[in-house]
Design a binder for this molecule. Sequence first.
Ligand code: 5AD
Ligand code: SF4
Length: 439
Amino acid sequence: MSTGKFYIHTFGCQMNVHDSEQMAQILSDAGYVKTDEADRADIIIVNTCSVRGKAAQKAYSQLGRLKRLREKRPDLVIGVAGCLAQEHGTGFFRRAPYLDLVLGTHNIHRLPEMIEEINNTGSQVVDTSFHESVRSLGIRTLPPDGNVSAYVTIMQGCNNFCSYCIVPYVRGREESRAGGDIIDEIRFLADNGIREVTLLGQNVNSYGSTLSGDTDFPALLRMVSKIDGVDRIRFTTSHPKDLSERLAGCFADLDNLCEHIHLPVQSGSDHVLKRMKRGYTAGEYLKKIDMLKSACPDISITSDIIVGFPGERDSDFQKTIDLMKEVRFDNVFSFKYSDRRGTASEGYDGKVEEGVKSERLYELQALQESNSLEKNRCLEGIVKDVLIEGVSKNNDADITGRTRGNKIVNLAGDIGLTGRTVRVRIVQAHMHSLRGEMV
Ligand code: 5AD
Ligand code: SF4
């Protein structure tokens, strides 16, 4: 058995958070011990994201800080994992010669043996090879004690090649995980006290396309919904072009499927959507929204939007604003376009000035803030089911949980309620959370 303490810094999306959980699991299985104090760790892994320039920058800053720690402690093992590691491979050793390890997105399962190799040989180790079948898809993790919610990977990679997106290059082609494995893992989680699962994939709607048999995503959801002990099911991320009537039907039929969908629209302009290679028009997107709302009138809808995509004119941006006014999203994650290496749009003309991107982002976010607050205000006075997750981040005296629509609710209550679903009257709406009282 190996010994030593490890610490993992995580940047990026839910997929990355789950990858870090998997790394922690296999390191623990190999005998290493997790620590919450980076300064005391013998092994530090920086799990990176390269989907946008800003996310990549954060990871580089963290690596810069670790350089100083390494100078004080030459025996420290420092690794970089995730999408940025996959993108740059051995190039990372030139940029940061103090690194010991570069771990690509398909090779998480090799982490312990790679650390052992570093410890035995003192050499730098890299593995960014791609595999048709990704072994880490099946690494089971159990979130820390007291967590009520867990991620379960159902597929990874992406075949869509949206013109701005680096994901297909750094995560590889789509691969779905066998339905039986997924069900077994969720049963195991439910037996261990997990009440809510979030099914993860870059593009969950195309689940099943790489499997023999005819289990597609709606069929998988119906199987998962039958598992005893799982009170809530969520999933992310859905691609609008693949959202079917059958999936919308799941929201109407399955009691434990939460009334929330994250459905990135990216832009409200057909001209921009075409250049983004998204495969739908704004009108088609709006039809899918109507379909969801007729299946599930209460559904909360969140989205991702990019501003300043190459060729985006003022009139295109205005169409995005119009679409936001029409849909009235519950929340929007909005980003300034950044060139990503090797993507199609890196070579597009019509690049938008930074200042213009900032102005557009500001206008969009101001609109969303007012929409979010207005939508939250509609909940005042209403009683909602809230799954309690633990102590509130903002106030130790409060507990916190989420509605089925994925809104955060803070309330006075006993920490012993963690893992229980309680009836809560919403008494005050804020922009990003709600205040409630138990009824
Ligand atoms: N520039 C800005 N935003 C991007 N996203 C993906 N690639 C880029 C890029 N090159 C955003 C999209 C996606 C989210 C995860 O990140 O909105 O849905
Ligand atoms: Fe990127 Fe498009 Fe795939 Fe989403 S669907 S991961 S935006 S290529």
